[in-house]
Design a binder for this molecule. Sequence first.
Ligand code: 13P
Ligand code: SF4
Length: 336
Amino acid sequence: MADMHIETARANLEKKGFLDMDIDITLDLFSEIERLKKEKNAIILAHYYQEPDIQDVADFIGDSLGLAQKAQSTNADIIVFAGVHFMAETAKILNPDKKVLLPDLKAGCSLSDSAPPELFRKFKDQYPDHVVITYINCSAGMKALSDIICTSSNAQAIIESLPVDQKIIFAPDKNLGAYLKKKTGRDMILWNGSCIVHEIFSLEKITKLKIRHPKALLIAHPECEEPILRLSDFIGSTTSLLKYTIESKAQEFIVATETGILHQMQIQSPGKTFIPAPPDNMCACNDCPYMKLNTLEKLYLCMEYEEPQIIMEKELIDASKKAIIRMLEISNKVGL
Ligand code: 13P
Ligand code: SF4
């Protein structure tokens, strides 16, 4: 279904001669994008994992929760989503009448891919008295099978909003799930999914780095594996990691999440040092290959041609919306 959507969008782009089009190198893409924003009443929402140029032209940069909240409240006619597919899809579910553009439709997510709805339905059917809390990093099909969506910012609050004896299935991230089980003391059933970026960090190399930089604090996203989290001085969503580096008196940080966040950390605290946590091989695998499919050129082209856009069937929008709205209501209630 998703592949068919990508192929249709690709065919449309090819018809317009847009895929093979070279961008005039004399164009100042930054000012062109500003022009298009005004002309089309478009807003650019970017995740912290986007490349620095994209973050610099965005109207709002945030974590998954901040981006969903901004998508819910915007008055723009067009939402340009500089992030991955499930994020743009969430924006579309919240704004079925608006045009939602994603610079590269192939910007998927390994964590989302680890939970195919048809398999999850069978899994969930084994636990009929359980509430399903699903991390926002999943497809609309998964959201439709869920009772409440959560992000890394509000997952604990969402779990704690349920009665203590309520049985829970948590999907799809097993690392975040295990971290939350420990934090909340709830015995949740976990789906066995994970993120390729957050599972790449080398405990051995981080330990060596800590010895070489004894004053550096290790900060980590809860999608990381347990041994990394156990060693960390602070654990949180991308927004809370950024906030922590601003407020902390420490001058050096080893950052165990996708490298895109370092751009904002450096802007907010120019005098501090940020070291990306090393992966367990020699390549830069703590760059998310999906997030990095979006480029400034693709962002400009998608705004100019208003393609590719997120297209969804009404039934899927209606079925997946309830669990997202429930998340936004609980977050609002607890002041997140
Ligand atoms: P947050 O944006 O909630 O920190 O999640 C990080 C992530 O992996 C997004 O894909
Ligand atoms: Fe998905 Fe991981 Fe990339 Fe986030 S960093 S989009 S969870 S693959």
